[in-house]
Write a new protein. Structure first.
Length: 368
C-alpha cells in the first residue's frame, strides 16, 4: 500500500512538471465534464470550435474552447487521435493565429559558439490527494499541502553553430537542493534528488527554436524518481526551446504550438498559446497560456512496473511570462503557474485504488 502510494505521488509530481509552461530557452461511456475555463486573449482570428483542420479525413473531431485548447471528454483524447495530430517524438508544430501589429519581423535566435549560461529553476508545489475505495465518491479533497521548495541549476554551453544557424548545446545539471520544509521533508527530497548533479543533456536547436537529436548521459547510480525526472527532461525535447513562427510578426502576434510530452509515466498532448507582448534590445517578452490533455489513458509507475494504471480524468492549465534574449543564452527571466487535476485507477495484484489529486505549481527561472 505504501509503495503504491509513493509511486503515485512520484507520477503526479512529474506530471505537474510536464504540464507547466516552460521558459523560452536556447540552451501540455461517461458523460463529459464541462471544459475548464481558459484565460482569453483577444485576437483578430475567429474563435475555433473544432480541431478538424489538423486531422486527416475520417478522424473524429475533438472540441476546442474559444482560445483553441482541446477539451475532450474527461481530458482524455480518443484512441489514435494524438498520433494523427502529432506523432510521439515528432517536433512541435507551430501555427500562426494572428501576425500582430506593424512593424513585423521574423523572430530568430542568433547563437554564438562558446556562449555559456547558468540557469536556475525554483519550484514550489502544493498537492492534495485522496484515496477512495470506489470511483463514485465526490467528497472534497483535503486542504493542499506544500512540499519542500526545489531549486535546480544547470550550466549550458553552445559547443558549435552550423552554417544554417543551428546550435549544438550541452546542458549539465550542477545543483539540486530542497528548502522551505521540515528537516525530515528536506532530507527525503534531497535524497531523491541525489545523483542528479553531473547529469548531461545534449541537443541541437535551430534558429527558429526547433529541438532535435536529444541525448542524455546519466550516472548509472542515478535511480528512482531522480532518474525518471532526468529521462523525462530529455524526452520532453520541445521544452528545451520555444518554437518561433516562420512568418513576420509584431506586437500582439499569437501563435499556437502543439507538442507531445512524456512526463512521469504519462503521455500528454500539450498546446501552448503564445502572445508577443514586447520586443526590446534583441529580446522578446511573451505571455503563454498552456493546456495539456492525456494522449492516452494508460500510464506507468516506475516504482511498480507491473501495476495497471488508468487515467480516468485529467486537466492541466497554466500561464506564464518569459523575457528571453535572442542572442544571449543567459538573458532569461520567467515565471509560470500551473494547476493540474487528475483521477486515476491503480490495480496492483488484488489491490485496486482510486486516486484523486489536485496540484498547484509555481516555477521561477532566471539566467546569469
Amino acid at each position: 500500500m505504501l509503495s503504491l502510494r509513493a509511486g503515485v505521488v512520484t507520477l503526479l509530481f512529474l506530471a505537474a512538471c510536464g504540464g507547466a509552461p516552460k521558459p523560452a530557452s536556447v540552451a501540455g461511456a461517461e458523460e463529459p465534464h464541462a471544459p475548464t475555463p481558459a484565460v482569453s486573449v483577444a485576437t483578430d482570428a475567429p474563435a475555433p470550435t473544432s480541431d478538424a483542420s489538423a486531422l486527416p479525413r475520417g478522424v473524429s473531431e475533438v472540441a476546442v474552447d474559444r482560445d483553441g485548447f482541446l477539451v475532450p471528454p474527461h481530458g482524455i483524447l480518443p484512441e489514435g487521435y494524438a498520433d494523427r495530430l502529432l506523432a510521439a517524438g515528432a517536433p512541435p508544430q507551430v501555427r500562426l493565429v494572428s501576425p500582430g501589429a506593424e512593424p513585423r519581423t521574423v523572430l530568430r535566435y542568433v547563437y554564438k559558439k562558446g556562449d555559456k549560461a547558468h540557469i536556475g529553476l525554483t519550484t514550489d508545489l502544493a498537492m492534495s490527494m485522496a484515496i477512495d475505495a470506489n470511483a463514485a465518491t465526490e467528497d472534497p479533497l483535503p486542504a493542499p499541502r506544500k512540499t519542500p521548495r526545489i531549486t535546480m541549476g544547470f550550466a549550458t554551453t553552445i559547443t558549435a553553430v552550423d552554417a544554417d544557424g543551428t546550435a549544438h548545446v550541452d546542458a549539465v545539471y550542477d545543483a539540486a537542493k530542497a528548502s522551505s520544509g521540515t528537516p525530515a521533508e528536506i532530507a527525503a527530497v534531497e535524497k531523491a534528488l541525489a545523483g542528479m548533479a553531473g547529469s548531461k543533456v545534449s541537443y541541437r536547436v535551430t534558429a527558429s527554436g526547433r529541438v532535435s537529436d536529444v541525448v542524455t548521459k546519466l550516472d548509472p547510480a542515478l535511480q528512482g524518481p531522480a532518474r525518471e525526472a532526468m529521462e523525462n527532461a530529455a524526452a520532453s525535447s520541445s521544452d528545451l526551446a520555444t518554437p518561433l513562427p516562420d512568418a513576420p510578426v509584431g506586437i500582439g502576434a499569437v501563435w499556437i504550438v502543439d507538442s507531445r510530452v512524456k512526463s512521469g509515466g504519462l503521455d500528454l498532448a500539450r498546446r501552448t498559446r503564445t502572445t508577443l507582448e514586447a520586443t526590446k534590445n534583441s529580446s522578446i517578452t511573451v505571455h503563454q497560456q498552456i493546456g495539456a490533455v492525456a494522449a492516452s489513458p494508460v500510464a506507468t509507475l516506475a516504482k511498480l512496473p507491473t501495476a495497471s494504471v488508468a487515467i480516468t480524468d485529467f486537466s492541466s492549465r497554466g500561464t506564464g511570462t518569459t523575457r528571453q534574449g535572442l542572442t544571449r543564452v543567459a538573458e532569461l527571466e520567467a515565471t509560470s503557474h500551473v494547476d493540474v487535476n487528475m483521477q486515476m485507477r491503480v490495480v496492483s495484484g488484488e489491490t485496486t485504488m482510486h486516486f484523486r489529486t489536485a496540484l498547484v505549481m509555481d516555477v521561477t527561472t532566471a539566467g546569469k
